[in-house]
Design a protein around this ligand. Structure first.
Ligand code: FAD
Length: 466
């Protein structure tokens, strides 16, 4: 049942809430810079921020196709948390200790974003309440326990496992049988962060050109219809849009994620839900959901809709299929039955970047001066900041301004992976995987078995996720 009052698209609820920005001036002709950053999301903006802070003399230019925060950085669920795509694979490739260092860097990154936001006076509705992940079937509970143990083994000693009663004391999710909570997470307003960051970067003296699509990146050149920026370093920070660049069609798959935001809920409804700690909330389903309680007391909740569009097409300003809106509403009501019939004010979608092996990476090719960061899958709000500080260190090392650092030694640096298959294999593979996940979730919902679906595990292996 889709509501006719629901705003669909309009980029995201966060823009409806905080206002769309006026675009900055586009590029007008050829120019030069010391570093050219392509893409004005968290990755590009944090990179410009840290480079300029470290070396104020650098001429840094950011080129953005629409406006800063047009992509996932202006549309996400606002989970600033310590998850990083690919950690387990990095443990297999580089050893457990290297992956522990990566995890510790991610834990510290949550604090770093909060620190800089405060220092730059960016009020992004940050609430440091941690992350609560719940289980509501026996199979999910078994996965939750295994997940919890694995996180402890990566050094997260401050994570706690809750039974049904303790879970309900935090958030009363219908039928929840357990949860795992980590302090390394915070809720935030994605657009307030990205707007504040763009303003901070500009105040430092970085040049930002908006409405300036880059059509091709080649060594020392970022080519646009309005002119070319020549720079010794060109850094690609285009995440889910990467496929639209010349030569990059099969580099990272643009995966959709969709969200809904309810109307603000009254105090008496919140009494029945709890959620006073404003933890970000997730589950252990194969096709998982994620949610936050917003500063103005709505629930913003997301999950996979149509996961992928044929030919790596990206989106049209966040418009979302009515069936996806209905599916997200169903999850909302599954979690909180008292919200049956609640008004959904907004629905939107965005794209994230998925590499063939589902591993986030940050790379600088010293031979060409080309760098890139991303492939964060669904966890880029914090990871983009770690990537940006790492790109800064890689550029500084390469240009002789500094040496190697702890960040340049992390196992995700300079990781290479093969491209995705051509169509229609790409489309078939991703749709097959998510159809399997949804079927597995349905089966687990109605079963008392504690073992995870074998088909879902197989689908993950085939898709390269594990
Ligand atoms: C619906 C949704 C919910 C999510 N929820 C969470 C969450 O709760 N927590 C979490 O950790 N992660 C979440 N993510 C992922 C997270 O938002 C992203 O990983 C992160 O924002 C990536 O930042 P980015 O700067 O690398 O990419 P983006 O924010 O996508 O920025 C890329 C920018 O590059 C620009 N661009 C692209 N191509 C070109 C070009 N050719 N020329 C010029 N400019 C170009 C785009 O317009 C865009 O502004 C979510 C993502 C989505 C879509």
């Amino acid at each position: 049942m889709s509501s006719t009052n629901t705003v669909n698209g309009g980029i995201s609820f966060w823009y409806a809430d905080d206002g769309l920005p006026t675009a900055r001036e586009p590029l007008t002709g050829d120019t030069t810079a010391d570093v050219c950053v392509v893409g004005g999301g968290y990755t590009g903006l944090w990179t410009a921020y840290y480079l300029k802070k470290a070396a104020p003399f650098l001429r840094v230019t950011v080129l953005e196709q629409r406006f800063c925060g047009y992509g996932a950085s202006g549309r996400n669920g606002g989970w600033l948390y310590n998850g990083i795509a690919g950690r387990d694979r990095y443990a297999r490739l580089h050893g457990h200790d290297a992956a522990v260092r990566l995890q510790q860097a991610m834990n510290a990154t949550v604090d770093e974003v909060i620190r800089v936001a405060a220092e730059e006076k960016i009020d992004a509705d940050v609430h440091h309440g941690g992350v609560l992940e719940v289980a509501y079937t026996p199979a999910q509970l078994a996965r939750l326990r295994a997940f919890h143990e694995a996180e402890l083994a990566y050094g997260e000693n401050d994570r706690t496992l809750h039974g049904a009663r303790e879970t309900a004391e935090r958030i009363r999710v219908a039928g929840a049988v357990g949860s795992s909570w980590t302090p390394h997470g915070a809720r935030l307003h994605p657009v307030k962060l990205v707007k504040g960051l763009a303003a901070a970067v500009e105040a430092l003296g970085v040049t930002i050109h908006e409405s300036t699509p880059v059509t091709e990146i080649k060594p020392k050149h970022a080519v646009t219809p309005y002119g070319t920026v020549r720079a010794p370093y060109v850094l690609r920070c285009t995440e889910g849009f990467t496929a639209s660049l010349k030569g990059q069609r099969r580099t990272w798959l643009p995966m959709n994620s969709s969200m809904i935001a309810t109307a603000p809920l009254p105090a008496d409804v919140w009494e029945t839900i709890g959620w006073a700690g404003r933890e970000t909330l997730g589950d252990m389903a194969h096709a998982y959901m994620y949610a936050q309680r917003t500063a103005d007391d709505r629930i913003a909740l997301g999950g996979r809709g149509v996961p992928y569009h044929f030919g790596s097409r990206t989106d049209n300003d966040g418009r979302t299929q009515p069936a996806t809106v209905d599916a997200l509403r169903e999850i909302l009501v599954r979690f909180f039955p008292q919200l049956t019939g609640v008004r959904i004010d907004h629905a939107w979608s965005g794209v994230l970047g998925v590499p063939r092996d589902w591993c986030a990476t940050v790379t600088l090719d010293r031979a060409t001066g080309l760098g890139w960061a991303g492939g964060y899958v669904g966890s880029g709000v914090a990871t983009a900041n770690l990537a940006a500080r790492t790109l800064r260190d890689l550029v500084q090392r390469d240009s002789g301004q500094a040496g190697a650092t702890d960040l340049t030694a992390l196992p995700w640096v300079n990781h290479r992976v093969r491209k995705w298959e051509p169509e229609p294999l790409r489309w078939l593979g991703v749709h097959g995987m998510y159809a399997t996940f949804r079927a597995a979730d349905r089966r687990e919902d109605s079963s008392h078995s504690a073992s995870s679906s074998r088909l879902a595990r197989l689908a993950e292996r085939v898709a390269g996720r594990h």
